[in-house]
Design a protein around this ligand. Structure first.
Ligand SMILES: [Zn+2]
Ligand SMILES: [Zn+2]
Length: 329
C-alpha cells in the first residue's frame, strides 16, 4: 500500500515543490481565460533579471555571470555562470521554459553553469522538464563545445534515457553559431550580437542588443572600453556593463591582474561608455571587487566621470523596462 503523507510529514523540499506545482497550476488556471483573449507577444512585460553579478571569484553573494531577459512570451538567458540553476529555481522558472540561450564568449566563468542548466533542465521534476532541444546561440566554437559536453556526459545521458525515460529531444542541442548581426527573432523580440573588445587574445567575444516593443537593452559582455558598445547602447533604455576594481598594490603583487585589467573595464572606462551612450539606466554586473575593494570605491570612481542614472547590480535584481526603467526592490 502506498504510504500517505500529510503535508506536516513531508520534508521541506517536498513541501516547497508541492507548493510550487500547486501555485503554478493555479496561476495557469487563473491566467488561461485572459491569455486566450488578450495574448499578444508584443504586449507582455520587458524585464531583465540579473541571475549572477559575479566573476570567477567563488562568492555566495555574487554567482557567476548570467542574465535573464523576459519579453512577452520569451525567456532568454545570456551566459551561464556558476549557480545559474539556483537563481532560476529561486525565481520558480523551470529550466525547460527557457526559449533560447546565448553565450558571449568562452571564458569559463560564463560557461561553467552550462552543463548544469543543460543536464538538470532535462530531468522530469518541476524545475526541469525540457522536452525540446536546448537552443544555444553564440560565436563560432559553440558547436565544438556542445559536442564535447555531449561526449563528456554520454553515460549519464544513456542511463537517464533508459532508466527515467527522459525524452531524447530534451538533451539534444540546437546550435546556432553566428557572426555578428541579428541572431534571433521570435515573439516580437530581436537579438543582435556585436563584437565588443575583450582584448586581442580573447576572441571571439560578443555583446548583445535586445529589442522589444520599441525598447532596447544592451548587455556589454566582457569588454574593455569599446566604441561599439557605445554605438549599440546610444539612448538605450538599459545598459548592463561589466566592471573590475583592482587596487594598485594587487597589480604589483599578482601579475595576472594586469592581464585582467587589460581586457576588462575599470570603473572609469565603464563610466566613459555611460557618459557617451547616455542610456536611461546604467547597471553594473560582472562586478570584480578585488583585494578588498568595495562598492563605495566602485561608485566613487564611476561618479568622477559619469553623473547619470546608475545602479550597482546584485543577484536577482529585477529591472522592468517601460517609459522609464524601474528597479524592483
Ligand atoms: Zn571574459
Ligand atoms: Zn568574465
Amino acid at each position: 500500500m502506498m504510504q500517505k503523507h500529510t503535508s506536516a510529514q513531508m520534508n521541506p523540499n517536498r513541501r516547497s515543490l508541492l507548493r510550487w506545482s500547486m501555485a503554478t497550476a493555479l496561476a495557469a488556471l487563473a491566467l488561461a481565460p485572459l491569455t486566450a483573449v488578450t495574448a499578444s507577444a508584443a504586449d507582455g512585460p520587458f524585464r531583465v533579471t540579473l541571475l549572477g553579478t559575479g566573476t570567477p571569484v567563488p562568492s555566495a553573494e555574487r554567482f557567476g555571470p548570467s542574465t535573464l531577459i523576459e519579453a512577452g512570451d520569451q525567456k532568454l538567458v545570456f551566459d551561464f555562470g556558476r549557480g545559474v540553476t539556483i537563481r532560476l529555481a529561486q525565481l520558480r522558472i523551470p529550466f525547460g521554459k527557457i526559449n533560447a540561450h546565448f553565450l558571449t564568449h568562452f571564458h569559463s566563468d560564463h560557461l561553467n553553469g552550462l552543463p548544469d542548466l543543460w543536464l538538470t533542465g532535462w530531468l522530469r521534476p518541476p524545475y526541469g522538464q525540457r522536452n525540446q532541444k536546448f537552443a544555444l546561440y553564440g560565436p563560432p566554437g559553440i558547436a565544438k563545445l556542445t559536442k564535447g559536453l555531449t561526449d563528456a556526459f554520454s553515460r549519464d545521458i544513456e542511463i537517464r534515457g533508459e532508466d527515467e525515460h527522459d525524452p531524447p529531444e530534451g538533451i539534444a542541442f540546437d546550435v546556432h553559431e553566428s557572426a555578428p548581426g541579428v541572431v534571433y527573432e521570435a515573439g516580437g523580440v530581436k537579438v543582435t550580437a556585436f563584437n565588443n573588445d575583450h582584448g586581442k587574445l580573447v576572441t571571439p567575444s560578443y555583446g548583445y542588443r535586445i529589442e522589444y516593443n520599441g525598447h532596447v537593452v544592451v548587455l556589454s559582455g566582457d569588454t574593455r572600453y569599446s566604441p561599439e558598445v557605445v554605438a549599440q547602447a546610444k539612448g538605450a533604455d538599459l545598459l548592463v556593463h561589466c566592471v573590475t576594481v583592482i587596487p594598485d598594490d594587487l597589480l604589483k603583487k599578482i601579475p595576472a591582474y594586469n592581464a585582467i585589467l587589460q581586457h576588462l573595464s575599470a570603473p572609469e572606462d565603464a563610466a566613459r561608455v555611460f557618459k557617451e551612450a547616455r542610456p536611461k539606466l546604467a547597471v553594473y554586473s560582472h562586478i570584480g571587487l578585488n583585494g578588498g575593494a568595495t562598492v563605495d570605491d566602485l561608485v566613487a570612481r564611476t561618479r568622477a566621470v559619469y553623473d547619470g542614472p546608475l545602479q550597482v547590480g546584485r543577484d536577482l535584481m529585477k529591472i522592468t523596462i517601460g517609459d522609464k526603467p524601474t528597479v524592483d526592490e
